[in-house]
Design a protein around this ligand. Structure first.
Ligand code: ACO
Length: 379
């Protein structure tokens, strides 16, 4: 096989790990966490129970879940020095950059590293799951010039996050919908940010650096950042009648339509189906959203024009509409994705440590060789 035949841009189709965390069948639209279908977890589980399942491989017993939830509840507060550091971040900065910096900063405060100690692993899992939402909410309030809201010990994980954003106890349906959103985004096998987390983990650095590198990778518009761009796109389209022309224009100009297409799914992403249902539940209770009508029409046209190529709605297409209805600003959509995906990244971190080998791929050198250095005065 020639070198060019060996090379796969984007490592497409190259297995980079053996994993038992999640399974995707992109042709049939199946997603399972540790063998359990996503639809079942979305309906019956909670985000923290799902996180436990992902990280430790089994559903927790009653007591294990109670202890896990308890520990996370009481580790939600962040050190005042992290808050003070975040206060110095420019309010015009993107919340993903704030999150990446503050996640990395946790490593300064919890610098002891004992990767072969199960207690160390559990403490890091608890700390990261507990503190990441607090850091997202703190930046949101501080950039508006307000003091961050302390976590509320009486509220569960999802409700507490919405409370820290709005200083109001959230509606029950809103909290439940948000919890399901977290479950849906918790894990998705090998992808850019997970790979990033694993490469970083493979050097045996600390888990805060692992999560910070994954957050940085998730931020791009071809990955987690697409949900923000979906809302901007719906704004640009303006009304359902313009959807067909928008799709035609994108096809002619070979422009990507945000929230559609996936490296693995060649049918509608099962998470998009659930998110669409959640959006409808929220609209029934709190009133509709005109962007939803545009979205439905757009999806219909994309399916007609591009369905033959396996391009269908992905997870990012409807998630933004759910978050909008929950009153969450657009540039927090990707940080919400990160809050959830911490569970999956930690599961891969733990799995990587169990059979670690540092990632060290090769490259195909295509540059010049044996050149002569010319002095500056000759150039
Ligand atoms: N709109 C229009 N055409 C598309 C789209 C799209 N959203 N996605 C893929 N295509 C077309 C490409 O133009 C290409 O066509 P061609 O073969 O005629 O040149 C073909 O489908 C293959 O596209 P690739 O970009 O090579 O597919 P890849 O698997 O590399 O990309 C990706 C997947 C990056 C998600 C892509 O579909 C995309 O950019 N989508 C829009 C951004 C988006 O929604 N990202 C979120 C993904 S989900 C997530 O990360 C959580």
């Amino acid at each position: 096989m020639s070198v060019d035949e060996l090379y796969r841009p984007g490592l497409e189709g190259i297995p980079a790990a053996k994993s038992s965390i999640s399974f995707i069948d992109g042709k049939q639209g199946i997603l399972e966490y540790r063998g359990i279908r996503i639809e079942e977890l979305a309906e019956k589980s909670s985000f923290l129970e799902t996180a436990y399942l992902l990280i430790w491989g089994e559903l927790p017993s009653n007591q294990e879940l109670k202890d896990f939830e308890h520990d996370i509840r009481y580790h939600r507060r962040i050190k005042y020095r992290i808050r003070d550091m975040m206060k110095c971040f420019p309010e015009s900065g993107h919340p993903m950059d704030s999150l990446q910096a503050s996640a990395a900063a946790l490593g300064l405060f919890y610098s002891k590293r004992a990767l072969d100690d199960p207690i160390y692993i559990r403490n890091a899992v608890v700390r990261l799951l507990a503190k990441i939402p607090t850091m997202v909410a703190a930046f949101q309030l501080m950039r508006k010039g307000n003091d961050p809201v302390q976590p509320c010990d009486d509220l569960d994980y999802a409700a507490n996050f919405l409370y820290m954003l709005s200083e109001r106890e959230p509606d029950e349906l809103a909290a439940r919908v948000f919890d399901v959103c977290l479950t849906l985004h918790a894990e998705h096998s090998m992808n850019a940010s997970t790979f990033s987390a694993m490469v970083t983990a493979s050097t045996l650095t600390d888990p805060y650096a692992v999560i910070a590198s994954a957050v940085g990778t998730l931020g791009g518009p071809l990955h987690g950042g697409a949900n923000e761009e979906v809302i901007e796109m719906l704004e640009t389209i303006g009304s359902p009648e313009n959807a067909a022309a928008y799709v035609d224009d994108c096809v002619v100009k070979k422009k990507k339509i945000m929230g559609f297409g996936h490296r693995v799914y060649k049918v509608k992403d099962p998470r998009a189906t659930i998110l669409q249902e959640l959006a409808e539940q929220l609209f029934d209770k709190f009133g509709g959203d005109r962007y939803y009508d545009i979205a439905v029409e757009l999806e219909r046209h994309v399916e007609n024009r591009l369905g033959g190529k396996g391009i269908y709605a992905n997870v990012d297409f409807y998630s933004g509409l759910v978050y909008r209805k929950l009153g969450i600003p657009t540039d927090l959509f990707t940080p919400l994705f990160a809050i959830a995906r911490v569970a999956g990244w930690l599961a891969h971190w733990k799995e990587q440590l169990e059979e670690n080998r540092i990632f060290r791929p090769t490259q195909i050198y295509v540059g010049e060789r044996e050149r002569v250095y010319t002095h500056l005065f000759e150039r």
